[in-house]
Structure formats: structure tokens, C-alpha cells
Ligand binder design. Structure first.
Ligand code: ZN
Ligand code: ZN
Length: 328
């Protein structure tokens, strides 16, 4: 198999040849068809998430085909198309797993971080965290759903039932979840960097009823705000734009510090919360909605060997939507 290997921070990923891994009990060997490139991959190679296994194959938005089924692995057939997300394993018995919050599992293992992931032609995955994928969506369309889409889904769920939803940061997660929110009959207010008229145009094209800079106030106060940009200073900004009782949900795994702000901005039962990981139920619900809409991913496709360029383009915001690696 071929893989783009991460050896240490500061070095580009290196193309290597390896023997195909064997699936253990409860595992599947997958031929990777496509793998999304996520901002978390940048946080890993930049050491902002500092405890990856090394060397490591990153990538946690994997669309694969089942090549081999490990011993005692039930429910999958050869040739079936499956998706593998960021959460790769949970313990099933900590207090979080026991209370329907496996996304917070004390002993979770993550794909493309603790476990080799999808920047490769082949990978092995725990079947319990492999999801059968709906027909009608291409490999490239589905890959970004498996992290950006899922995190977006959980972020939107935690935002509650409000109608007026502000979105800060128009990357992959926003471009997917805006389609779901509009499908649910909500109004979207898109916020970009100050003066980013291209970004605002993109938000409007995606269906936002209003778009402006994050320094602007929306025409009506927001019922909830989803923050996907990794910028902590957006938290007080979003609070200022929001109505009584609003929830500000931070969708990122990493964010710069949140500056202090007056208590008056939080008063009247506004709340701030974050989103971590996903549950299997999130994945099942979201893939069902995504197929129903059907959701469209705005993707830029790169060959596996060009993974470093894909990461660099993501870092510098050179495309809208998501980058996806396509395997040889
Ligand atoms: Zn657990
Ligand atoms: Zn991700």
C-alpha cells in the first residue's frame, strides 16, 4: 500500500510503501477511495494537538470499500462502501459512554491521530465505527461529511431550535451545515472576516439571507451562533449579535484564547458551549438527512501524492468548501 506518512512536526508528509495491514477481530480492511482533508490535520502536524502516535498516517474522513472482514466482525460484506470518522474507538464503560455521551469517552481513540487513518490507499478500521454510506452521493461528496459535516451537525443540534442562526467562518463545516439548516427552514446569517466580500458572496450563494463582516451586527439578533473559525475573539462578537437566551456553539477542536468581555453580554441566559467529537447516533442521523436533502459538497480534489499541497492550500484559504484526496 501507499501512504503519506507524518513523522514529525515541521517535516512534510512523506510518500511511503508499506505492507497492507491485516484486520484484527472486529476490524475491516478497507481500500480507501477518498479521504477528506480537515483543519484538525493541520492542528496535528503543527503540534497544536500534541500527542499523536508517531509515525502516523493522518486523515479521518475516510470513504472506503471493504476488502477483508476480520474475525468476529459482523454486519459488513465484501465490496460494501463505508465511512470512517474521527472517533475510531470508545471504551463503552466509562461514565460518559454509559450515559449516551460516547463523544466524551475517557478512553477514546481517534482515527488519523491514535490510529492510522486515510491518507493512504488502504487502512484498517474498527467496524463499530464504520458507517454504511447512502447511494447517490459520490466518494468525494461524502468524504467531507464524515468530519466537517458531522461536527457541523452536532454544532447545529446543540444550538437548539432557534430560527435565526449566525455562522462565523465559512469553511467546509459551514458550507455543509448551511444546507441542513436551510432544509430545516431556518434563516442563515453568514459572517466572514471584515471586508471579505468574496466570502460574503459565497455565503449568500450558499443560501444565507444576509452576509457581512464579523464586525457588523445582523439586521435581527441571532437565536444561536455557530463558530467554526478557530478565533476566540469571535465569541464576544457573537454574543453581542445574539438575542436573549441565545446559545453560542464553538465547533472547533482548537481555538485561540477568548478575550474578556462584560458580563452584560452573557446575561439574559445566553450561553457559550463547545462541541467535541461525535456519537454514532450523530453519524446515523446526519447521513440520513444528508442523503435526503441531498447535500452537495463543494470540493477541490487532490491526488494522494499531493497531500502536502492540499494541506498548504487549506492553511492559506485557497479554496472554498473542502479538500479531498483521491486515491490512485
Ligand atoms: Zn468510554
Ligand atoms: Zn476533522
Amino acid at each position: 500500500m501507499q501512504a503519506m506518512l507524518f513523522e514529525k512536526s515541521g517535516l512534510p508528509l512523506k510518500m511511503v510503501q508499506r505492507d497492507e495491514p491485516e484486520p484484527g477481530p472486529g476490524e475491516l480492511l478497507l481500500r480507501v477511495n477518498a479521504c477528506g482533508v480537515c483543519r484538525t490535520d493541520l492542528h496535528i502536524i503543527d503540534s497544536e494537538l500534541s500527542k499523536p502516535k508517531l509515525p502516523l498516517i493522518i486523515g479521518h474522513e475516510i470513504v472506503g470499500t471493504v476488502l477483508q472482514v476480520g474475525r468476529d466482525t459482523k454486519g459488513f460484506t465484501l465490496g460494501q462502501r463505508v465511512g470512517v470518522p474521527w472517533v475510531g474507538r470508545t471504551c463503552g464503560h466509562c461514565k460518559f459512554c454509559a450515559s449516551g455521551r460516547e463523544n466524551l469517552c475517557d478512553n477514546a481513540k481517534f482515527t488519523g491521530y491514535d490510529i492510522d487513518g486515510g491518507y493512504a490507499t488502504h487502512t484498517v478500521a474498527n467496524a463499530e465505527f464504520c458507517f454504511p454510506l447512502p447511494d447517490g452521493l459520490s466518494n468525494e461528496d461524502i468524504a467531507p461529511l464524515l468530519c466537517a459535516g458531522l461536527i457541523g451537525w452536532r454544532t447545529l443540534k446543540l444550538a437548539g431550535e432557534g430560527k435565526r442562526i449566525g455562522i462565523y467562518g465559512f469553511g467546509a463545516a459551514a458550507s455543509l451545515i448551511i444546507q441542513v439548516a436551510i432544509y430545516q427552514g431556518r434563516e442563515i446569517y453568514g459572517f466572514t472576516r471584515k471586508g471579505d466580500s468574496k466570502g460574503q458572496e459565497y455565503a449568500r450563494r450558499m443560501g444565507a439571507c444576509w452576509a457581512g463582516g464579523s464586525d457588523e451586527l445582523p439586521p435581527e439578533p441571532l437565536d444561536a451562533a455557530l463558530i467554526f473559525a478557530p478565533a476566540g475573539d469571535l465569541v464576544p462578537v457573537a454574543l453581542k449579535a445574539s438575542d436573549k437566551g441565545a446559545t453560542i456553539v464553538c465547533g472547533g477542536i482548537h481555538m485561540s484564547d477568548i478575550p474578556s468581555f462584560p458580563y452584560a453580554s452573557l446575561w439574559e441566559e445566553r450561553s457559550i458551549r463547545s462541541v467535541a467529537n461525535l456519537t454514532r447516533q450523530d453519524a446515523t442521523e446526519f447521513l440520513e438527512v444528508a442523503a435526503k436533502i441531498p447535500i452537495h459538497s463543494d470540493v477541490t480534489v487532490y491526488d494522494l501524492k499531493d497531500a502536502n499541497k492540499a494541506l498548504d492550500d487549506l492553511r492559506h484559504g485557497r479554496f472554498h468548501g473542502a479538500a479531498v484526496l483521491s486515491m490512485p
